[in-house]
Design a binder for this molecule. Sequence first.
Ligand code: NAP
Length: 295
Amino acid sequence: MADEKHGSVINIAVIGGDARQKIIAQTLCQKGFHLYLAGFDLLALSEPGYTKCTLDELPLHMLDAMIFPVSGVMSNGEVRSSFSKHNIILSDENMERVKRDCLLFSGIRTEWLEKQQHETVYMMEEDEVAILNSIPTAEGVLWLLIQHTEKTIHQSRILISGFGRTGMTIARMLKALGAHVYGTSISKAENARMVEMGIEVIPFPLCRHHLSHIETWINTIPSDGILTMDTLSWLEPKSTIIELASNPCPEQKKNAEMLGLNYIEAPSLPGMVAPKTAGTILADAITGKLKTDGV
Ligand code: NAP
């Protein structure tokens, strides 16, 4: 990949994030881009091609691309940063200094990003990224099940709500391990896919009768209407819930704990269990987009 644009170096800032962002930075650096890393002060990075800096030191007016974490940017401009004692907070003034043709990358769509005047790529909305990302996610679910439940996965009764890119991969993996896998979805096509895969379909919306025998519930539906006080109360106490969907409402954790359920909120599993694989998936998608856009 060319490292020059109009005779000058291509400048990319990786801002905050977890171990996946480190892999993205390494991959892009190897491809000849110049990388600024903000929010990485706890990491020793001295290789050529990197400039570690604070937000104030970042040459915002020179950037050709800004890469935010999979979790994106929060409504107050805050970016989570695993390798810094402090999260980064971007202001409107900061963004006014960024060139209009600077391309932004984020995993998921957030209100703050949608407000910006810059073209933004939401990587998890790209099927090829989300499908590949579902593999480390499913492995992360196995890791949680082994740690947090007392029975084998084999023969356990596990419900997966939502049967999109993530739910389907998890279902396939658990089924292969001998679990009794149940699925529920609003979509007729996804229900048909469950039947094809030998997964028992539970009608949506859920009812007490179907939930009472479930031992573990894995939710991938990003909606506050799924893990409600009602549905949670239909589970046996001590059942396990793994919430994978982004930005769950804080009430559900409180409600689940009040009901004696084993509630696990599990954001960013790929970054925890397989940062190299997950980071490479993202880096390849970013490189492809930069190439298409001629950056
Ligand atoms: P997806 O392919 O879009 O699948 C989402 C599923 O939820 C589909 O079955 C969809 O049904 C259903 N759904 C969405 N909104 C609904 C609603 N209001 N009511 C009922 N069903 C609804 O998404 P995905 O890639 O699998 O990701 C699912 C969630 O997991 C996202 O929030 C994503 O950010 C998160 N995720 C988390 C991790 C982690 O490590 N925690 C990893 C990967 C993904 P339709 O197909 O009919 O719309």
